[in-house]
Write a protein that binds this ligand. Structure first.
Ligand code: GDP
Length: 359
C-alpha cells in the first residue's frame, strides 16, 4: 500500500520518522512522503523528516502543554498551511493517508482528529489514524485526553489502528524507557503491513494486495495489529506447525491492543522465504483465525521476504468490541470525572476524619 504519513505531536513525529526510515532501509518504497507537525519547535528540530510548525501566533513554538482542546484549535487555525505543506507529500500515488499521534498528549491528541477531519474533505483516498494509547500507569491527564481524542478520531477516520503503550514493551521496563523499543516495533510491524500491500513482481498470486488491507479496514472503528515470528525449517512441509504457532501467537499474545480478539474482518499475512511457506499451514491458520475472531471475512496472503524466519502479521478490522477498549474507556472516564471535580483545599483532608492518624 503506497502511503503518505503525517505525524502530529511528539510521539507522532518520532513514530513517523521511524516508519519512513524502516521503509527506506528495507527498500519497500511504500512510504511516499512523511511530514511531522507540531506546535513545539524543539520537538521538530530533532527529526530528519520534513516538518511544519503550527500555532506560532498562539503558543510561540512552545507547545500546548497537555491542553488537547488547544491542540485541536491550533490545528484548525493553521489547517490551510498544513494542507499546502502536504501537497508535495500526498502524491497521486498514495493509496491511503495515515495520521500518526500519541492520543494522550496535547498537540497530537487534539490535532490529529482535527487534521483527519480536514483531510477527509480534501482527499478521496482513505484517511486512517495510527493512535498510541497511554499505558495503564501513565497519569490521569493522559488517560482523559486519550479518551476524548479516541472518541473523536474514531468518528473521523476510516479506521483507527490502536497501539497500546503497554503492549509491545518488555516486562519490567518503564513506558518511558521503552519508547525506543516500542517505536521500533511499531515501525517494523506497521511498516511490514504497508509493504505487504505492495505488488511484488514475479511472485505467485497469493501475494497480498493493497485492496485487501483497505477492505479489512473498511469496517471502520478500531483496528489492531498482531505479530509473531519463529525460525523456519528449509522444507515448507516441516513448517506447517510453525505457521500455525506464529499465527496463534500473533493474535493471542502479540497484538497492539492486548486481548483484542473479536473483529469484523481480519487479514493474515505470512512473511518469509516463499519456498518455506506451507500452503496447508496458511490455510489452517486462516480457518483458526475465523473461529477465533468470529469473523467470516478472513483474508490471507504471503509476503515474500528473504529471511530464515517465518512471521505472521494479523490485522483485525472492526475490533472495538474488545474488552480492552471497554477497560480503557472506563479509565478515561474516571480520569475525566476526577479532572472535572472542583478543586478541594488540601488542608481540609487534615481537618476531619478522612485520613486517619498513624498513631
Ligand atoms: P504532544 O506532543 O502534545 O502531542 O504529546 P506526546 O506526543 O508526547 O503525547 C503523549 C502521549 O504519547 C503519552 O501517552 C506518551 O506516553 C506517549 N508518547 C510520547 N512519546 C512517545 C514515543 O516516542 N513513543 C510512544 N510509543 N509513545 C510516546
Amino acid at each position: 500500500m503506497k502511503v503518505a504519513l503525517i505525524g502530529v505531536g511528539q510521539a507522532g513525529g518520532k513514530v513517523t520518522e521511524r516508519l519512513a526510515n524502516f521503509d527506506a532501509e528495507m527498500g519497500f518504497d511504500a512510504v511516499q512522503g512523511a511530514l511531522a507537525i507540531n506546535s513545539a519547535q524543539a520537538d521538530l528540530q530533532s527529526l530528519s523528516i520534513e516538518t511544519q510548525l503550527i500555532g506560532q501566533d498562539r503558543v510561540n513554538g512552545h507547545g500546548v502543554g497537555g491542553d488537547n482542546e488547544l491542540g485541536a484549535e491550533v490545528m484548525q487555525s493553521d489547517i490551510q498551511e498544513v494542507v499546502n505543506a502536504l501537497d508535495g507529500h500526498v502524491t497521486s500515488r498514495a493509496e491511503a493517508i495515515w495520521v500518526v499521534a500519541g492520543l494522550g498528549g496535547g498537540t497530537g491528541s487534539g490535532g490529529a482528529p482535527a487534521l483527519v477531519h480536514e483531510l477527509q474533505r480534501v482527499y478521496d483516498v482513505p484517511i486512517y489514524a495510527l493512535g498510541i494509547l497511554p499505558g495503564e500507569n501513565e497519569g490521569s491527564l493522559y488517560q482523559a485526553n486519550a479518551g476524548r481524542s479516541l472518541k473523536t478520531v474514531v468518528r473521523e477516520a476510516d479506521s483507527t489502528l490502536l497501539i497500546d503503550n503497554d503492549a509491545w514493551h518488555e516486562q519490567g521496563e518503564s513506558v518511558e524507557g521503552a519508547f525506543d523499543t516500542i517505536n521500533q516495533k511499531i515501525a517494523q510491524r506497521v511498516g511490514l503491513l504497508f509493504a505487504s500491500g505492495e505488488a511484488i513482481e514475479g511472485v505467485g498470486e497469493s501475494v497480498v494486495d493493497s485492496s485487501e488491507v483497505i477492505n479489512t479496514l473498511r469496517e471502520g472503528g478500531i483496528s489492531v495489529l498482531g505479530y509473531a515470528s519463529a525460525v523456519a525449517a528449509e522444507d515448507s512441509a516441516e513448517n506447517i506447525n510453525t505457521v500455525m504457532t506464529v499465527s496463534r501467537q500473533a493474535l493471542l499474545t502479540g497484538t497492539s491492543l492486548p486481548d483484542a480478539t473479536t473483529a469484523e474482518a481480519a487479514l493474515l499475512v505470512v512473511a518469509g522465504e516463499p519456498d518455506r511457506i506451507p500452503r496447508k499451514g496458511v490455510e489452517k491458520s486462516r480457518r483458526w483465525l475465523e473461529d477465533e475472531t468470529g469473523s467470516m471475512q478472513v483474508r490471507g496472503g504471503d509476503f515474500p521476504l528473504g529471511s530464515d524466519r517465518l512471521a505472521a502479521l494479523v490485522l483485525l478490522g472492526g475490533a472495538e468490541r474488545s474488552d480492552r477498549i471497554g477497560e480503557f474507556l472506563e479509565r478515561a472516564k474516571q480520569a475525566q470525572a476526577e479532572a472535572d471535580e472542583p478543586e478541594t483545599d488540601p488542608a481540609e483532608a487534615f481537618a476531619d476524619d478522612r485520613l486517619e492518624n498513624l498513631f
